[in-house]
Design a protein around this ligand. Structure first.
Ligand SMILES: Cc1cc2nc3c(=O)[nH]c(=O)nc-3n(C[C@H](O)[C@H](O)[C@H](O)COP(=O)(O)OP(=O)(O)OC[C@H]3O[C@@H](n4cnc5c(N)ncnc54)[C@H](O)[C@@H]3O)c2cc1C
Length: 452
């Protein structure tokens, strides 16, 4: 039931509303904001009258998208005693897909929102990385803890990450088959959200966590992300009798082509192949074609790549054109407009070359949730100011990372034989130091304690 309606009946005492296992006290300031304005009897009757007409109710906080950013934001708010409704276009949580490498900043956030240990127990800790040339010879290897004692690296299955986050929310907190089609601001700063099936909701606050093609970002004024000139095949190899690899990331660097793999668990191994392509090309979903193309690209490369592709179930193989969008100061729109704000890829799509997209989405979630909950609970800061403060705090973090990820990707996708030879025979073996490269994984994050 929307918070709004609970409040309209209980003006004298802070209302209590119960999530799955926890009782929350709803804070007066927020309650005051809601109940003093036109929410009482009249708004209820409008709601009832309009339901037949596709009106699906009024919500305080709507999060668009149940990906990593959306679910982590909902869980963070939930821990801080603030309720939200998540709208997801898909009929269920994403069940296919592969995995993501999460560095220590991602783990700090997962610990802060109470899911770190659940996940740790399911995924192997990755000890280091090895870089090879296309003939399989080793160019360089690193141990993460030698470079940074506090580093923690694990490849996490996306499906399990999403399920673990969703399990921390009340079952009614995520509404599936709810694809946002249109947004419109009302005169008093609320937002009408229209779904593709014609349902409409009115929201006080909208948090756009709807990924790289975000309609919320478009509404704020952001341009489409830009294709960076290469695509990635991805898959998850399954080994019922145990996978044979050491717990380290292996990269193979060629010309305009690179591949990598990393053990995820005792029986699963994630792999990718990035290849240059002038255009994103047609969307291919047939797993037979995808695997054939992927194998063709690395046919003379270390043979484990071929066997990994063979060990990959159809539903986990995919191809993605890689994109990013640079948040140029004074040119790009802000992360928020009024009471509408962006989190994760919706705001700062970045290439995966540093393994930081999801890590940054997790960081965004806790920073935003804290600022929003403080604004709601203290009443000293407006929602708009809280969102501006979130944007100013996060921009210096995500803009340089987006640029850096792009530059690293360009270097790794070089085609020129001389440049590739210098990279593989001089830069990687002699000049690269991993410690400074991983400095961006430092991120302090206090636990979000349950607020009564
Ligand atoms: C090849 C590749 C490898 C990567 N590897 C890593 C890695 O190793 N480490 C790392 O940290 N990051 C990695 N990333 C980045 C990471 O995947 C993203 O940064 C992360 O998924 C962003 O999460 P998100 O929730 O913002 O967006 P998404 O995961 O895209 O979630 C968006 C959600 O919104 C929903 N949605 C979209 N439109 C609508 C709508 N109109 N209405 C309702 N719902 C909607 C979608 O269905 C989806 O559930 C990688 C990315 C790629 C492409």
């Amino acid at each position: 039931m929307p918070l709004l309606f609970l409040n309209s009946y209980n003006l004298s005492t802070p209302s209590l509303f119960r999530f799955r296992n926890t009782t929350y006290r709803q804070h007066r300031t927020w309650l005051t904001i809601q109940t003093r304005s036109k929410i009482k009897g009249s708004s209820l009757s409008i709601t009832r009258a309009q339901k037949a007409d596709g009106f699906d109710g009024k919500e305080d906080i709507v999060i668009v998208g149940a990906g990593i950013a959306g679910l982590a934001t909902a869980v963070s708010l939930h821990r801080l005693g603030v309720r939200s409704l998540v709208l997801e276009q898909a009929p269920s949580l994403r069940t296919g897909g592969t995995s993501l490498t999460l560095f220590k900043n991602g783990w700090r956030v997962l610990d802060a929102i109470g899911v770190g240990s659940d996940l740790r127990s399911q995924f192997l800790e990755i000890q280091g990385m090895v870089v090879k040339s296309e003939d399989g010879s080793e160019l360089r290897s690193f141990r993460f803890k030698d470079e940074d004692e506090s580093q923690e690296v694990r490849a996490v299955e996306r499906r399990i990450l999403l399920e673990t986050l969703a399990n921390k929310l009340p079952s009614e907190a995520v509404r599936f088959s709810s694809r946002l089609a249109k947004m419109e601001q009302t005169e008093n700063g609320e937002t009408f959200l229209e779904l593709v099936d014609g349902r409409r909701l009115l929201a006080k606050i909208v948090i756009g966590c709807d990924g790289i093609r975000s309609p919320v970002a478009k509404w704020i004024g952001f341009s489409e992300p830009r294709y960076v000139g290469y695509c990635a095949f991805r898959g998850l190899g399954f080994y019922d009798n145990g996978q044979p690899f050491e717990p380290r990331v292996t990269y193979v660097y060629g010309r305009g082509l690179r591949a990598g793999y990393v053990p995820v668990s005792p029986s699963k191994v994630y792999w990718f192949i990035c290849f240059n392509s002038q255009s994103p090309g047609p969307k291919i979903t047939d797993p037979f074609v995808l695997k054939k193309q992927a194998k063709e690209l690395v046919k003379n490369w270390p043979s484990e790549l071929q066997s990994l592709i063979d060990a990959t179930p159809d539903e986990t193989v995919s191809i993605t054109p890689l994109v990013d969008r640079w948040l140029w100061p004074a040119i790009s729109p802000n992360a928020s407009k009024g009471k509408v704000v962006l989190v994760g890829d919706a705001w700062h799509p970045m290439t995966p070359n540093l393994g930081q997209g999801a890590c940054c989405a997790l960081e965004d979630s806790v920073v935003l949730a804290r600022k929003l909950a403080d604004a709601i609970n203290s009443g000293t800061l407006s929602i708009e100011d809280a969102f501006r403060s979130y944007g100013s705090e996060r921009w210096p973090r995500v803009f340089p990372l987006t640029v850096r990820a792009n530059l690293v990707g360009s270097l790794l996708q070089w085609e020129n034989p001389v440049a590739c030879s210098v990279r593989n025979n001089l830069v990687i073996p002699k000049l690269v130091r991993l410690g400074p490269i991983l400095e961006h994984t430092n991120f302090d994050c206090e636990p979000l304690l349950y607020r009564e």
